[in-house]
Design a binder for this molecule. Structure first.
Ligand code: FES
Ligand code: FES
Length: 153
C-alpha cells in the first residue's frame, strides 16, 4: 500500500482481476466499487447497514459493502453481481419471477448465491433466517424463497 498526500494506492481483487485504486482511509468498499471501478450493481440504498442492497461477497461470505472500508478488502477476493455469470440462482430468479426492483435485486441475488453455496440443501428456516439481512420495502419474498428452493433441492 503506497500513501500519497493522505490517500492510498491499494490493490484489490474484484471478480478475479486485480485492480489498483486510489482511496482515502474512510472510503467504503461500496464507494470504490461504484465510483472508481464503475461496478454499480451493488446499490447505495441506505448506506447504513440495514437494507442489504450493497451486498457483495468477500471470500464467499456476503458482506454489506457500505459497512466495509476499501482498505479492508486488501488480500481478499471480492465478488460483485457483475462477477456472476449464468449461475443457477440467477436463472431461478427469472424462472420464479423473483426479480424485483433494481435496488434490492442485486443484493438479494448475491445473498442467495452465498446461501446456496454454503447450504446446498437449506431448510425453510435457514433460508428465512439467512435472508433477513436483505430488505424489500415494497413487495414480497415468496418468489425469492421459491427461487432459492428450486436450486436447493
Ligand atoms: S446500502 Fe448497505 S445495507 Fe443498505
Ligand atoms: S426494494 Fe426492490 S422491489 Fe422493493
Amino acid at each position: 500500500m503506497l500513501e500519497i498526500k493522505g490517500k492510498n494506492i491499494i490493490d484489490i481483487n474484484v471478480n478475479g482481476t486485480i485492480k489498483s485504486v486510489v482511496v482515502r482511509p474512510a472510503d467504503t468498499l461500496l464507494y470504490v466499487l461504484r465510483e472508481q471501478l464503475g461496478l454499480t450493481g451493488a446499490k447505495n440504498s441506505c448506506e447504513n447497514g440495514d437494507c442489504g442492497g450493497c451486498t457483495v461477497l468477500v471470500d464467499d461470505m456476503p458482506i454489506k459493502s457500505c459497512h466495509m472500508l476499501a482498505v479492508e478488502a486488501i488480500g481478499h477476493n471480492i465478488t460483485t453481481i457483475e462477477g456472476l455469470k449464468n449461475e443457477p440462482i440467477q436463472n431461478a430468479f427469472v424462472e420464479k419471477f423473483a426479480i424485483q426492483c433494481g435496488f434490492c435485486t442485486p443484493g438479494m441475488i448475491m445473498n442467495c448465491y452465498a446461501l446456496t453455496k454454503k447450504y446446498p440443501h437449506a431448510t425453510d428456516e435457514i433460508i428465512e433466517e439467512w435472508m433477513e439481512s436483505n430488505i424489500c420495502r415494497c413487495t414480497g419474498y415468496q418468489e425469492i424463497l421459491e427461487a432459492i428452493k428450486s436450486v436447493s433441492s
